[in-house]
Design a protein around this ligand. Structure first.
Ligand code: GDP
Length: 444
């Protein structure tokens, strides 16, 4: 899923990052390419158009073009727009109703409703320890109710006994009554599908919803159906009060655009993704992860995000300049430590910057806390400007003085110096790799 989109966007961004400075025209060209990539991935035209308009406006409207890394900033803007398009947060099922909370699944025939009903029931029973009853309202497709009963046996979830000839609204009423009597927490209603959206189907959905008053009405959409999925979603969301979308067959190699359009078209969050035929192949939908996967650059994005949040522009420029030269003295270490404190400790950053992990391991305790960062800062403060610029000047006598002056010990100071040494070496290596830009390009 998303492979070709990912490749296409990767190409656009490589070209962007390849240039140092960017002009407005560069950004506009890149955004046109983004739009083509989205359309080729089957994203609905109005969705792609609105997406690119918003991203372009942000990219040329802010100080992006004057920043140290304009290419990176543009990538981040596209990333953020993708997350926005997919829905900003992971959306949970809302089952906080007087039991039984009714979850109704709707969608076309073959979209994966019955399978998904069983998957969700199994998940709720297992992970959340809920008592679940499933009922099939599909009286059109022969053996649909039997199919659900079989899945019920496999997942050890109760199903409503089948009464031949009963119609959907009556089945729903009976299911509700049965769930109440037997103390079920959740009632899952698997509704009938059709090959195409038609009014009779919609009327049936509405009648069932009136009777069952569902906590959730989830539209099940096959992500392999491409543009057609968007039309289906539009029709359903016009007629039935949906609360969310479930995309099935996300394990397949569809171009993925339907998935990308779904939230925008229905205005409802994508709650789950079906990842296979097995009954535990269902996952909560994580917009950020999916966006990161599409852009193939989750790490860079979070790195840029964190950096942008706390590094002042000048600091960043100065640091970039020093790093480009492969230089790293105690003043640089001190600036880094201050940034780390702002960014929530070493742990959060260690995985992202080469060399940091090693430096962290070089320290006595694996867990670096705020206090330790402050002690390191105190040691550096106690050094003379000379010593800060050239730590090698520190002999045993001067080390004792610094330790005394900062209320620390010589052992601690030695560890700090070792860490500095490790980082300085890493920076030199990074310079060989082409500096920060080279590193970013490699990560991207
Ligand atoms: P319904 O007509 O909407 O109830 O669809 P079904 O639940 O009967 O599913 C139709 C087919 O799609 C079945 O063969 C399922 O095993 C398959 N299916 C459902 N969800 C997924 C999924 O997420 N991935 C894959 N690969 N197959 C799925």
């Amino acid at each position: 899923m998303f492979d070709s989109l990912s490749d296409r966007l990767g190409g656009v961004f490589d070209r962007l990052r390849g240039r140092g400075a960017l002009t407005e025209a560069d950004v506009r060209t890149a955004m046109r390419e983004v739009r083509v990539a989205l359309l080729e991935a089957d994203v609905a035209l109005p969705v792609a158009r609105a997406f690119v308009e918003r991203a372009t406006e942000k990219a040329i409207g802010q100080d992006v073009l004057r920043s140290v890394t304009p290419g990176q900033q543009v990538v981040k803007i596209v990333h953020d727009e993708l997350v926005e398009m997919l829905g900003p947060d992971t959306a949970e099922l809302d089952l906080n109703k007087t039991p039984p909370a009714v979850v109704m699944l709707v969608g076309l025939q073959g979209s994966g409703k019955t399978t998904t009903t069983a998957k969700l029931a199994k998940m709720l029973r297992g992970k959340e320890n809920k008592k679940v009853l499933m009922a099939s309202l599909d009286v059109n497709r022969p053996a649909a109710q039997e199919q659900l009963a079989t899945l019920g046996t496999q997942t050890e979830v109760a199903t409503l006994p089948i009464v031949e000839g009963q119609q959907p609204v009556d089945i729903a009423k009976r299911a509700l009554q049965s769930a109440k009597l037997q103390g079920h927490d959740v009632l899952m209603l698997d509704t009938a599908g059709r090959l195409h959206v038609d009014q009779a189907l919609m009327d049936e959905m509405k009648a069932v919803a009136d009777v069952a008053n569902p906590a959730e009405i989830l539209l099940v959409v096959d992500s392999l159906t491409g543009q057609d999925a968007v039309n289906v979603a539009e029709r359903f969301s016009e007629q039935v009060p949906l609360t969310g979308v479930i995309l099935t067959r996300m394990d397949g190699d569809a171009r993925g655009g339907a998935a990308l359009s779904m939230r925008e078209v229905t205005g409802k969050p994508i709650k789950f993704a079906g990842m296979g035929e097995k009954l535990d192949a269902i996952e909560p939908f994580h917009p950020k992860r999916v966006a990161g996967r599409i852009l193939g650059m989750g790490d860079v994005v979070s790195l840029v995000e964190k950096a942008a949040a706390s590094i002042e522009q000048e600091d960043a420029e100065r640091m970039a300049e020093r790093l480009a030269k492969g230089k790293f003295d105690m003043n640089d270490l001190r600036a880094q430590l201050a940034q780390m404190r702002k960014m929530g400790g070493l742990g959060a950053l260690a995985g992202m910057i080469p060399g940091l992990k090693k430096a962290q391991a070089a320290m006595a305790s694996g867990a670096v806390d705020e206090k330790l960062l402050l002690r390191m800062d105190a040691m550096i403060s106690s050094m003379t400007p000379e010593e800060r610029a050239k730590p090698a000047l520190m002999n045993a006598k001067r080390k004792r003085r610094v330790a005394n002056g900062s209320g620390t010990t010589v052992q601690e100071l030695n560890r700090l110096m070792k860490m500095h040494q490790e980082m300085a070496t890493a920076m030199k290596k990074m310079k060989k790799m082409g500096g920060i830009k080279g590193m970013m390009a490699m990560l991207g």
